[in-house]
Structure formats: structure tokens, C-alpha cells
Ligand binder design. Sequence first.
Ligand SMILES: *Cc1c(COP(=O)(O)O)cnc(C)c1O
Ligand SMILES: [Zn+2]
Length: 397
Amino acid sequence: MKEHKQYCTGCSHKESINKNISRCPKCGEPMEVELIKEGKINYSTNKGQTILERYADFFPYLDISREDSLGEGFTPLTKLQNLASDLGLKGLYLKNESQNPTWSFKDRGTLLGILHAEKLGYKKIGTVSTGNMAPSVAAYASKFNLKSYIFVKETIAEEKLNPILIYNPKLFKVKGDYGSLYYKTLELGEEKDIYFINSDVPLRVEGSKTIAFEICEQLNFNIPDYVIVPSSAGGNIRGIEKGFREFKEAGIIDKIPKIICAQSSGCSPIDKAFNENKDKIERFGNPNTIAHAIENPLPPSGNQVIRMLKRNGGFTVSVEDKEIIEAQKNLANNGLFLQPASCVPLAALKKLRKEDKIEEDAKVVLIGTGGGLKYTSVFEKYDFRYNEINLEDIKTI
Ligand SMILES: *Cc1c(COP(=O)(O)O)cnc(C)c1O
Ligand SMILES: [Zn+2]
């Protein structure tokens, strides 16, 4: 069997895939699994098929079994007809990642990370997170009978702790610079044999490929012009782009959409560097946004996202909190309740249409990364009304 490689996205340094390395030992940039250039979709009429069985050809370096799944992926691609005609678009779709086992796309990458960790013989996994990654890793660790070590910011909202603790991980609130924690845990992992499935590790990026694969199938291989991805660390957007590229290499699709990196103006280090035509991102001072899931001031994949966008022909955009809330209302008016970070793509699209950076009649897919019920504190931004009435009077409404 062919030995697969991972390579550095910065300097092309190569390593075997059978190693747990997330950053290049030479230049520190993120590692990435080599492009898989051949493969077919494993069509099945069996409703029990998992995403990894269906796309197994694109994960040739893993042993895949049906039991290793909590039912991640196969999420809906919902057509947003009203919004499409309001915005003058030919097609507009939302990939609804809230329909994953722990209500965000993170489950796709967590599964891949765990399969890799198991293959390499690890018994312990971990992550650094303030949001959706923590419950995802804790949940999958329970499913796979592994010990999990979750490190969170000292200032994490109390309401976010119980939805992680329910899965019984070892949870640490860390005092000190949160930005350094990502790198510190990689050192800790080496010392204590813990496989850290952090935000943009190679196998997490691999998991996000399946979002692109599903979109291709759901659009019957009529590839959209643009895919808008709310980005923080940059792992998900890299994976989605890689997924389209692999399907193109394999001859399954004939073009690749332009990928748009959408951020919140309250924390937009990638957008800033891209607009200033820099190839290195800088730490974003005092991040402050309602879109907490995309609030990383120093994205570990930031430089690679910039390189990837340049190759792909894509670009970046950022939007204000009030535009994000407006987009959340728009989606709710179409029956979809997503968390603020996941409404950023729609806010970005509205802005890009206004500025004519996306042309009329384009076909656009928004990545709705996670569910609305995870961030109920957003309700403070709303002014809801309801009525009280006596039972005898209900016919008077
Ligand atoms: C993690 C996350 C993101 C950002 O993904 P990155 O891979 O860090 O760029 C966006 N939205 C939600 C809901 C998330 O949980
Ligand atoms: Zn390197």
C-alpha cells in the first residue's frame, strides 16, 4: 500500500502521515495531508452509510468502519429562494451544519482526528477551545472510550461549561495568555502522549473536505460560483477548498468555486492582512464580536488561508455585529436558527452584493457552521414580544 505523506503548507517539508505533527518542524506553518488525486464516490442505497464510507477513496490512509460514527455529516443544503431573489442571485443555499451530533461542523474533523489518533496508538486526546470544538472532542472521546483533556479560557461563560462536562472530559480553565495555549498544548501532548485535535490540525482539515463533497452531490455537480465560509483559525475553509480541489483532480467536477473568507469586523486578522496585501497575518488587537466562534486574534492557519485564497482566486470580507444580527433575523425568517458566527456568510453576501463584488445571477453557498441554541445569550440583542390571555378570551385575538 502506498505510504501517504503530509507536507508543510509553507515550505513543502514532507513527513509520513503516520505521525502526529500539526506544525512544520522547519518553519512552523501548518502541515497538510497530500492532495488525494484519484477516487470515486462510493454510491450506496444503504441508509446506514456513513460519510467516511461514502468518501472512503479520499481517506485512503485510514481504516474506516461503520461503527466509528455518531452520524456526522450528510447535512441539508437548504435553498434560500426568497433571499436569492431579494439579492438578485440565481441560486442561494445554506449548508446547515447545525445538524451534526454536537450541532456544529467540528464533528467531521473530530472524527477524523480520533481515527488518526487511534491508528497511531494514542489513548488520550485533547483540544483547546472556547466554543464548539470542546463539546465535540469530549463527545467523540466518550464514544471511542478515550480520555479527553479540554483546555478553555479562564473567562469562558459559565453556561458553556455544562454542555462540555456532560460528556465527562477532564476540563481545565486556564489562567494566562490564551493565544499561547494552542502551542503549549502541542508541547504538552508530546510529553504526555495526548493527541491534540486543535482547530487546524491536518486531520481536522481533512474532515472539512466532506462539506465540499456533499455540496457537489447536493447540487448534482453543478458547482456554485462562490462558497462563503466564516473563518477563525482557518481550518474549515482550508478543508472545504481542498475537498473541491480533490474532486476536480479526480474528474468528478470540472471547476472549483471561488472561496470567500468571511470574518467579523470585531476580529478580522485574515481580512486585514489580505487587504493590506501582506502574506503574514498579525495579531488582531482587542477582539470584540458577538460571533464568538470566530474570535481567534491570531489564526494558526491565517498565512495558509491567504496563500490558498490567492491560488483559488477567492477573497476576504468582514462585517459588523449589527449586520450579523440582521442576517440572523433573515435566516430565522426563513426557518433557520444559527449562531452568530454562522450568520456571518449571509451578512457578508449582502455586503458583497451591495458593493457589486459578487455579480448578479451568481450561485452562492453559505456555510452555516453551527446551531443557534448554543448561543442563547444573543437573545439580549432582541426585543421580543408575546401576549398573555385568559383561556375564555382566546377567540378575541
Ligand atoms: C470553529 C467555528 C468556526 C471557525 O472555523 P475555523 O476552522 O476555526 O476557521 C466558525 N463557525 C463555528 C460555529 C465554529 O464552531
Ligand atoms: Zn515548513
